[in-house]
Every structure is written in C-alpha cells, then in structure tokens.
Design a protein around this ligand. Sequence first.
Ligand code: FO1
Length: 309
Amino acid sequence: MIVALAGGVGAARFLDGLSLVYPPKEICIIGNTGDDMEMHGLHICPDLDTVVYTLAGVAGRVHGWGVEGDSFRCLEALGKLGAETWFQLGDLDLATHIHRTARLRAGESLSTVTAAIARSLGVASTLKPMSDDAVRTIVQTPGGPLEFQTYFVRRGARDEVLGVEFQGAGDARPAPGVLPAIRSASAIVFCPSNPVISIGPILAVPGIRQALRRRKCPAAGISPIIGGRALKGPAADMMRSMGMEVSALGVARLYRGLVDLFVLDREDKRLAPEVEKLGMRAVITNTIMAGAAEKKALARAVLKALERA
Ligand code: FO1
C-alpha cells in the first residue's frame, strides 16, 4: 500500500496520475483538514473534497476545486438573504457538505463519512482525514489571526504572514487507521502540496511525524515550488513571509528526516547538490502536470525512484 500525504489541488492532480499507473485500491490518502471551515452551518472540507472530486473525475476543470459545471443558484439565493457569499459553494458541491454535516451531527466520525462519500462517488482508493478531531489552520497577520480560508479566499492572501498555527493539533488524535497505514506502507509520498499549510497540519497531529520518522519503507517528497514559484495557491508568498527560502530546497529542508527522495523540477536541477546534502536523493523530472500524460509520467518517475530507494 502506498500512503500519500495530501493537500488540495496539486495533490489531487498527482494522485489522479498515480491512480492511472498504480492500482487505486493500493493507495491510502491521508488528507489535510486544517483548512476545513464552518459556513452556512455546514462542515466544509476543501482538501478532502478536492481529492475526492478529482479522483471521481468530476472536479472543476478551471480551478481544480468544486464540481465541474456546477451552478451557484443556492449561493445567489443565500446572498439575497444577506448571507456571506465570498466562498464559492456550488449547488452540487453543497450536496456533499449538507450530507457530511448531517452525518457528523448524527454522531458519525469524519473518517467514516469521508470514506462513505469517496465510495459513493466511485473512488477506489482509501481516503482518510488526518484526524477526526478539529484542527484549524490559523494564519497570524499584522492585523491579527485569520482562519485559513478567510486569509486565502476572502482576503486574497494579501496579508503578510507572521506565522501559522494549527489550532487543536496538540490534542488531536490521528484518525483511525492513519498510523497503522504509515507503519505498514510499502512506500510513502508527500504529494506536491503546500508544505506549510497542507502538509504542515498533517505533521502537527501528534504521532504522525514520529511514525513517518520511524518508517520502514522509502518515502518521497515532491516539490510544489518550481523556479521559486508555486503553480497553485499561496505556498510561495507564505514561505517568503515566514522567512523560508522560496524554492524546492526550502521545501526539502522542511522534509528533512521524513523523506529519502526529493523530486524537483528540471528547472531546479541546480538545487540537487544542496538537496542531497540534506540526506535525501534528488530526483529530477518534469513536475508540471499539464495533462494526463504529464501526470502519469510524474507518477511513474516517483514510483521508479521509490523502487530503487
Ligand atoms: N478557493 C478559492 O480561491 N475561492 C473559492 O471561492 C473557493 C471555494 C471552494 C469551495 C469548495 C472547495 O472544496 C474548495 C474551494 N476553494 C476555493 C479552494 C480552497 O479554498 C483551497 O484551494 C484549499 O483550501 C487549499 O488547499
């Protein structure tokens, strides 16, 4: 079983490619829930949903999140009622949030509900939230603390980031099956996700970082930063604001001791010697997933490198 640590869109694209070249049933995805939120009384899990929709083949094509071709009539109606509309929740997407919220309120755990939603949409891989307990990514800015989606979507990631806190992480327990999956994995992959706010919350859940450090199988990290830029999301701005080097090397430093291989784009091949000094083998390949062919090629390159590790 390959265990993949995943954030949102970048991870989902990689996992889509991986599922095309590796048996999906043999993939266990541990998803970030730090950017979950409550809105309109609903429990929204953007990263888990992005992974599910992508693997189910229904994700929005332009942004990578939400449901392709979704309409926004409910949101329009909510706006007329004076409710907040800055977070684009489509009508079909809302069905997921309504269903999840109802089941959580009835007492089911987030991992049970997540598995059921993934199964209902035809996803063959196992998808687990990092924890069933609430962990919330809080971004510290000069104007005060902001919930992640407020920082990212509502305020357009324009605030300086002084720090990031994963509220509740200290008391959170890994979701059932997360630690056993890591312990019995044949390989571990850190998907090309934001290392600070997508992978960071997963590593902050007590026990997960330790289990990864004690792994008995090879682990690979994939850089979401190419040529000093993030293809998607606020990773580059956040890393810069927090005084980290905005480069694949900066990401590799965050994964020191947790991975044996680090995959970086051809554009960054000059960083390979520095990456290797961190005690991980640098694997250079094209990491831009423009289409199915590139996604599959990246997944194959990662699998090949893991086999050799
Ligand atoms: N991202 C945006 O930039 N704007 C949105 O309005 C938005 C809505 C949204 C709805 C459902 C969902 O699952 C994801 C959504 N995202 C939106 C993406 C999300 O904010 C981020 O990409 C992740 O949280 C970071 O991984």
